[in-house]
Every structure is written in structure tokens, then in C-alpha cells.
Design a protein around this ligand. Structure first.
Ligand code: HEM
Length: 478
């Protein structure tokens, strides 16, 4: 927003009799942007704490409003979502990877994709993935890992990648997991960098641009091969088949091969690191709270014994699920969302000019003492039905809300609960002596900065295994 826009916005505000949100000025040239690049969460915490429910703060060229009130979150995500489309700069950076998938499109094109893909995420379909989720857990946390030191986040990334590839793509990408994981990681890193600092135009062949394209090509090669194999299969299965056959209920149109590729890469990307982080942070909190850990293990033993969990067990694994929900409160994988302001509007008594940006950080809302007693305390009982009802709806929104609500919500909760239950039947995690304190990394998703080292201890006798044992190199002897 330039000076003329700013002056004209001030005039329009005065005309509407609205107030200006408290300003937290930053550096005269860059606002809070440089600090945000170094410490995104610390910067937002600081900015929000120096104002009220809506705070005005410059971030580079953008006049930005940081929101800390659940009603305003509901206004932005749900009630007046048309006035607050997704923030284009973030969208454009992601578009280079995802093309025109569900995450990166807006308006009628997004609506067509959402109508077409939504039925593939029906509860019945998700329930049918239970064996795949359990197999993914067994694939990584296989027998024979007792007393080894393990990077929990790396192991959960492998688990989630395995789960997402077998369910979405209906293909075992064995041997290619490292390629996919490294390519995705590199692509995400560059994408975040590009949204936060100016970069040379893409046609200039810098090393970074070349490596970015190569990583993308490696990923595309795998996805296009899977689409082709699925189209040739006698009995195609999995989400790739379901999306391939899906028709827009309004027009009967199907997705083209490129559109299908874009949706699959989107689901791949949106669905794997987020769930892995939810699981890693759950383990982090469990080992810090042995009584809750013990109670959860008792629930799992009581419901399952030695039996392999299925989707029918999900309602009975109540505490297990609440552990995951509470972990996502303190460490929401999608820690920040941003929207553009399409036209002059208001949030409560505050004027929000068109062209500005709204930041809605679940990370801050989930720790706001106005809605959470002792917000830093890990306490899964916050998700018992009565406690849930006592809070405003948007005091907790790890999956977003409104029409852009995460399409994979049911998938993620089922996967995380079944994986946590299956792993816990076999193993218990223990924090090694002199473990480094948890440090956070804020890429597009929130994750532990430098992994999460734990020791795996075997629980009870060997359990019924549903997949053969494989060495996968995530562990080393303790
Ligand atoms: C714990 C795990 C997950 C979390 C915390 C999470 C969180 C979110 C959030 C907050 C949004 C909304 C973003 C916004 O409004 O700006 C979103 C959107 C989305 N998520 Fe997830 N997600 C998770 C797992 C998954 C999974 C497993 C999948 C797919 C299998 C998935 C696919 C998507 C897609 C495609 C969108 C875009 C939907 C649209 O705009 O129509 N997510 N997710």
C-alpha cells in the first residue's frame, strides 16, 4: 500500500466513523518483515501483545492486521469470506509447485475443484484407509527397534508419507520416499524464502532456480507415472482413481490430467508434513507428561489389547484423539493463515482498508489466556465435550474454517489416531538425558527445528504384525 492509498484509506475511514486499529510500528523501511524472517512466531507474539484484538503493523510493503479475537476470525474465514480471499503473494509462490490445485486457486475455479474432489473425502472412504494408516505405522516403527535412538519427526514424516502415498496414490513409492521427502522439503524451503525476500526473475538460471525446477521435475515424474499406472490398471483403487473418475456434480466435467496432477501434489504436500508434525508434537507432550502418557496407554491397551486397530475403534480411542487435539492447540501445524482484503471493511469497530493483509495465527489464539486457563499447560481434558462447548468456536481452529476448511480433516484425525495407537501398542518413547529443548521451525507448517530425538522402549510381547519387517534407517542403537 503506497502513500496515496494510505491517505485515501484514512479519508474513507473517517467518513465511515470507524476507528484505526492500534499501530505497532517497525523499522521505517521494512516494518517487521526482517524480524519476522528471523523469528516469525516471536514477532507476531510481540506485535499482538502490544495491541488488542486487532493490531495494525507494517510488514514490508504490506499494511497488515494481526487478529486475536475468535469473532473476527469467524468473520474473515466464514461470515464474510468473499471479502477476504487468500493472500496472493503466498498463493503465487505455492502455485509454482502446486499449479492450480485446491490450495492455490480461488473463486469459481476453486469451487469447481472443491465440488469435484469433496466426495472422495467421504467418511466411508477415509474409514476404508484404516489398514493403510496402520501399515504405514508398522512400516516405520517395525519390530526390533527396542532401545534405539530415533528422530521422531523424521520417523513420523516417513510414516505420513507412506500413508499418503498408499491411500492417495494407491502406490507403494518404496525406494522413492527419500526423493519425494527431499524434493518436497527443498521446494518448501525455497518457496518460503521467496515469499519473504525479493528473488531474481525465474527465467534467470541461478543455481537456486535450477535446483528448484529439478526437485519439481523429480516429484512430477513420480506423480505422472502413478496417474498413468492408475489409468491402465484393471481395477484402479485409492484416491487417485476416485479423483480421476470424479465429476463436477453441477457440470459433469472431469479433471484433466494436469488438473489431477495439481490436486495430487496439493494433497501430497498439504497432507503429509502437517499430520507428521501433529504426531511428533503429540509425542513431545506425552513424554513430558508421564501420567497422561500412562492413561493414554491404558486406554489403548483396554480398547485394543493385541488387536490391530481399525476405523471402528476410533470413537473408543477418545483420550488418544484428545492428546492429538491438545498437541495441535499448543503446536498447530498450520500455525498461521493470511488473507487479502478485497474491499474496505470493518472488524468490530476497526476500519480495514482494501489492499491490506489480515494475519490469523492459530498459534497465538490457541495460547490466548482469554480463552484458555493456564494456556501453556498440556491438558487433553480441554477437549471433553463440556469444555469444548464453553469456548467460542474460533478459539481453536487448527484446520481453518468456512468454505476453505481443510478437506483432509477427517483423514488427518483418523490417520494420526490410528498411527499413535498402533505405535503405542508396541513402543513407548523416552526423552534421552541431556536432550536439547524443543525449538520450532516455521516453514509453511510448524515443525521441530532440528528433529526430535527420543529413545524407543519396547512395551509387552511382540504383537501381531501386518507387514513384514523392513530396515529403513531412521534408527540407531542407543
Ligand atoms: C494435522 C493435519 C492437518 C492440518 C493441521 C491441516 C490444516 C489445514 C488448514 C488450516 C487449512 C486451511 C488453510 C487456509 O484456510 O488458509 C487446510 C487446507 C487444506 N488441507 Fe489440510 N491440514 C491437515 C491435513 C491434511 C490432509 C491429511 C490433507 C489431504 C489428504 C489436507 C489437505 C488440505 C487441502 C487440499 C486444503 C485446501 C482446501 C481448500 O482450500 O479447499 N490437509 N489444511
Amino acid at each position: 500500500m503506497n502513500l496515496m492509498d494510505y491517505l485515501s484509506a484514512r479519508f474513507r475511514r473517517a467518513k465511515d466513523g470507524l476507528r484505526e486499529a492500534p499501530l505497532v510500528p517497525g523499522d521505517p523501511l521494512t516494518g517487521h518483515l526482517l524480524r519476522f524472517r528471523e523469528d516469525a512466531i516471536g514477532t507476531l507474539e510481540d506485535v499482538a501483545s502490544r495491541g488488542g484484538e486487532v493490531v495494525r503493523a507494517p510488514f514490508g510493503p504490506f499494511l497488515t492486521f494481526v487478529i486475536s479475537d475468535p469473532e473476527h476470525v469467524q468473520t474473515v474465514l466464514v461470515d464474510r469470506h468473499r471479502d477476504f480471499p487468500k493472500f496472493q503473494i503466498g498463493q503465487r509462490a505455492l502455485e509454482q509447485i502446486l499449479g492450480g490445485g485446491l490450495l492455490t486457486t480461488d473463486g469459481p475455479r476453486w469451487m469447481r475443484y472443491r465440488r469435484t474432489t469433496q466426495p472422495s473425502f467421504h467418511k466411508r472412504t477415509i474409514d476404508s484407509f484404516d489398514r493403510d494408516f496402520v501399515a504405514a505405522a508398522e512400516h516405520v516403527f517395525h519390530d526390533g527397534l527396542e532401545d534405539v535412538r530415533i528422530d521422531v519427526h523424521e520417523a513420523m514424516m516417513k510414516t505420513a508419507l507412506h500413508a499418503v502415498s498408499t491411500t492417495l496414490l494407491s502406490a507403494d513409492i518404496a525406494g522413492k520416499e527419500a526423493i519425494v521427502a527431499e524434493s518436497l522439503d527443498f521446494i518448501l524451503h525455497i518457496t518460503r524464502e521467496r515469499t519473504l525476500r525479493p528473488s531474481l526473475p525465474r527465467f534467470i538460471p541461478t543455481r537456486e532456480h535450477r535446483e528448484f525446477l529439478e526437485a519439481l521435475e523429480r516429484l512430477d515424474e513420480i506423480v505422472y507415472r502413478i496417474i498413468a499406472e492408475s489409468r491402465l490398471a484393471q481395477e484402479p483403487s485409492g484416491l487417485v482413481a476416485s479423483l480421476s473418475a470424479a465429476e463436477d456434480p453441477e457440470t459433469g466435467e472431469k479433471l484433466t490430467t494436469t488438473e489431477l496432477r495439481d490436486q495430487l501434489i496439493t494433497l501430497f504436500l498439504a497432507g503429509h508434513e502437517t499430520t507428521a508434525s501433529a504426531l511428533s508434537f503429540s509425542i513431545h507432550h506425552l513424554v513430558s507428561h508421564p501420567e497422561i502418557y500412562q492413561e493414554m496407554l491404558e486406554e489403548i491397551d483396554g480398547v485394543l489389547g493385541d488387536r490391530v486397530p481399525t476405523s471402528e475403534d476410533l470413537p473408543k480411542l477418545d483420550l488418544t484423539r484428545r492428546v492429538i487435539e491438545e498437541a495441535m492447540r499448543l503446536h498447530p501445524p498450520a500455525w498461521m493463515m493470511s488473507r487479502e482484503v478485497r474491499k474496505d471493511t470493518r472488524l468490530g469497530e476497526y476500519f480495514i482498508p482494501r489492499g491490506s493483509v489480515v494475519i490469523i495465527p492459530p498459534y497465538l489464539m490457541h495460547r490466548n489466556p482469554r480463552f484458555w486457563d493456564e494456556p501453556l499447560r498440556f491438558d487433553p481434558s480441554r477437549f471433553l465435550p463440556e469444555a469444548r462447548r464453553s469456548r467460542p468456536r474460533y478459539a481453536y481452529f487448527p484446520f481453518g474454517g468456512g468454505p476453505r476448511l481443510c478437506i483432509g480433516l477427517g483423514f488427518a484425525l483418523a490417520e494420526a489416531t490410528l498411527v499413535l495407537a498402533r505405535v503405542s501398542q508396541r513402543y513407548r518413547f523416552e526423552r534421552p538425558a541431556h536432550a536439547e529443548p524443543l525449538r520450532l521451525r516455521t516453514q509453511i507448517t510448524l515443525r521441530p527445528e532440528s528433529g526430535m530425538t527420543m529413545i524407543l522402549r519396547r512395551r509387552g510381547e511382540a504383537l501381531e504384525a501386518t507387514e513384514s519387517v523392513r530396515e529403513d534407517g531412521v534408527a540407531s542403537p542407543e
